[in-house]
Design a protein around this ligand. Structure first.
Ligand code: OGA
Ligand code: NI
Length: 285
């Protein structure tokens, strides 16, 4: 695995140990799912964010006034035995391919969390212990061709509310952009066999702001559809998140107050993406 840079916010990670063939199968079966006839897919449609499996569109259709050019299938993935029976059985290989991928992504995520702990000068298992029995969610994103791409986004500017996101990007079509220095959008070009790893809000909180969760967005285009598969490592709902004591200088107050992930997640989904960073609402004592 490529070494993490000093303050990783988003990384194109290669040598991650997940077979290229599996990544190809994941993309293929995901595309096959979105190619199913609407009657087949509509059974899964829901705009209720708390549902553990749902097909939806845009980002949060209940809260937003302007919609985005994205369809997505959101799945809970851990423990697999609990959720896989509810997953789509069409395409026939969906469950098998996606559950194999989920297991491998989880192992990678746990390794990365260990590396991030060490990079902060904490015990290797520090973050894993704080996050508890982590949930794992997946968003299979499908961005159709858009006749007027300048009028919308696939996903507008946001940070991910969870701990760590491992994104399998479309190998052929760029669309992900990352904000640098507050005003520069950098295109993340897909690299063969690479996964994109970005830090979410919980790592920012736990690290007392040493690591920043990355602002990113997805743009669409008029020529080609685009897919991505995002895997979200999430603290368990009851995990209490607060800045690691070791990272708060003597005499200083921590940047963020303690909160449960449940509280944070509800706050995140009660808002639209065009607002300030959700963590701003958790500043102070
Ligand atoms: C996400 C996300 C980016 C992409 O699902 O949270 O940021 O390129 N996706 O699809
Ligand atoms: Ni995101």
């Amino acid at each position: 695995m490529k070494a993490l840079c000093e303050k990783p916010r988003i990384e194109n990670v290669t040598n991650h140990g997940i077979a290229e063939e599996l990544l190809e199968k994941v993309m293929a079966v995901a595309l096959e799912f979105f190619r199913l006839p609407p009657e087949e897919k509509e059974k899964l449609y829901s705009d209720e964010p708390s549902k553990k499996i749902r097909l939806s569109t845009s980002f949060n259709v209940r809260k937003e006034t302007v919609h985005n050019w994205r369809d997505y299938l959101r799945l809970h993935c851990h423990p697999l035995e609990e959720f896989v029976p509810e997953w789509p059985s069409n395409p026939a290989q969906f469950k098998e391919i996606m559950s194999t991928y989920c297991r491998e992504v989880r192992q990678l995520g746990l390794r990365l969390l260990g590396a991030i702990s060490v990079s902060l000068g904490l015990e290797e298992d520090y973050i894993e212990k704080v996050l508890g029995e982590q949930e794992q969610h997946m968003a299979v994103n499908y961005y159709p061709r858009c006749p007027e791409p300048d009028l919308t986004y696939g996903l507008p500017k946001h940070t991910d509310p969870n701990a760590l996101t491992i994104l399998l990007p479309d190998p052929h079509v760029a669309g992900l952009q990352v904000l640098r220095d507050g005003d520069q959008w950098i295109v993340v070009n897909p690299r063969p066999n690479a996964l994109v790893v970005n830090l979410g809000d919980q790592i920012q909180a736990l690290s007392n702001g040493t690591y920043k969760s990355v602002w990113h967005r997805a743009v669409v285009n008029a020529v080609q559809e685009r897919m991505s598969v995002a895997s979200f490592m999430c603290p368990c709902n009851s995990a209490v998140i607060s800045p690691a004591r070791k990272l708060v200088a003597d005499g200083d107050a921590p940047v963020y107050r303690s909160f449960t992930y449940d509280e944070y997640y509800k706050k995140f989904w009660s808002r639209n993406l065009d607002q300030e960073h959700c963590l701003e609402l958790f500043k102070g004592q």
